[in-house]
Design a protein around this ligand. Structure first.
Ligand code: PMP
Length: 311
């Protein structure tokens, strides 16, 4: 259950949490055309909070809206300010931030070109997406019977509301089968990504992940990990991967804003490596947490600071 906060930013106004409502004939509710983001803010040792890579998330939202032909009247800076304001007003020193741009009430045809675009930003506290134990000991993954739709049909570079039905089907199937998460292959049978995370594997100390020119989201955590792994001296290759490469890998891990860096200990009943969290995975996980929580400030451009006690 989402933990209720006080305020939601809605079309430029701050409204009470319980008043952030839409009409049942909201177009996106029926047809799924909308874009959203998942962003995290972390509390730091010095009492300040920092939203991690806020600009990149909001740029993905704004570009995603353009790609999906959703008119958006707000600039990146305006939406960034609105995220900070909402987190601050809700007195959340660490939180998940969910901006969404969607097609409102008006016409009910599929195109509904004249309907208003509505934008909302909600914030709430959210712990480890795949559980605290998963972060330490790893999770169990199942290759889904659902594939990621072809790059010709689905625009995977945006976080598009309706596209998530494919992820939901895969995730529900995995959970019903007793696994923690689903791995989706693409329509050619190559490894794509998990239902809400990008995927990596490690073999002989080299890190591999599917290339951007495939049916994956260009994850901001993926980009962060590639950057910090290379800075740490690891070789990272972005290339086509097959499920048997994952079965035989020394380590497999997933990453995303919500899931952070989660080791995979099992895929399709095959133990990965030693069956727990691998050494490279845990090195990167530690570095990732140091980076997002500000212990490691190698990239000052990644943070948007705010302080809750300043109110
Ligand atoms: N792939 C999918 C399908 C996702 O939903 C997410 C979560 N946004 C990711 C990858 C990871 O993206 P990010 O690191 O930007 O959160």
């Amino acid at each position: 259950m989402v933990t209720k906060a006080e305020t939601v930013w809605f079309d430029g106004e701050l409204v009470n949490w319980d008043d952030a409502k839409v009409h049942v004939l909201t177009h996106t509710l029926h047809y799924g055309l909308g874009v959203f983001e998942g962003i995290r803010a972390y509390r730091r040792e010095d009492g300040r909070s920092a939203i991690f890579r806020l600009r990149e998330h909001i740029e993905r939202l704004v570009k995603g809206a353009r790609m999906m032909t959703i008119p958006l009247d707000y600039s990146v800076d305006e939406l960034m300010d609105a995220c900070v304001k909402t987190a601050k007003l809700n007195r959340l020193d660490g939180c998940y931030i969910r901006p969404i741009a969607f097609v409102g009430y008006g016409e009910m045809g599929v195109a509904a070109m004249g309907n208003p675009t509505r934008v909302a930003i909600a914030t709430w506290p959210w712990g480890a997406y795949l559980g605290a134990a998963g972060l330490t000991h790893g999770v169990r993954l199942k290759t889904s019977s659902f594939t990621r739709p072809s790059v010709a049909s689905q625009l995977s570079k945006g976080k598009v509301c309706g596209h998530y039905v494919n992820s939901i089907l895969a995730k529900r199937e995995a959970l019903l089968d007793g696994y923690d998460e689903a791995l989706l292959l693409d329509t050619d049978g190559y490894v794509s990504e998990a239902s809400g995370e990008n995927i990596f594997m490690v073999e002989n100390g080299v890190i591999y992940t599917p290339q951007l020119g495939s049916a994956i989201l260009g994850g901001i955590t993926r980009d962060t990990l590639i950057t910090i792994a290379r800075e740490h001296g690891y070789e990272v290759r972005e290339t086509q991967l097959t499920r048997d490469m994952l079965y035989l890998a020394d380590e497999v891990f997933m990453c995303g804003t919500a899931a952070e860096v989660t080791p995979v200990r099992e895929l399709d009943q095959r133990t990965i490596g030693q069956g727990g969290a691998g050494e490279v995975t845990m090195t990167l996980q530690k570095r990732y947490f140091d980076v997002v929580k500000g212990e490691d400030m190698t990239h000052p451009e990644w943070y948007t600071f705010y302080q809750v006690s300043n109110l």
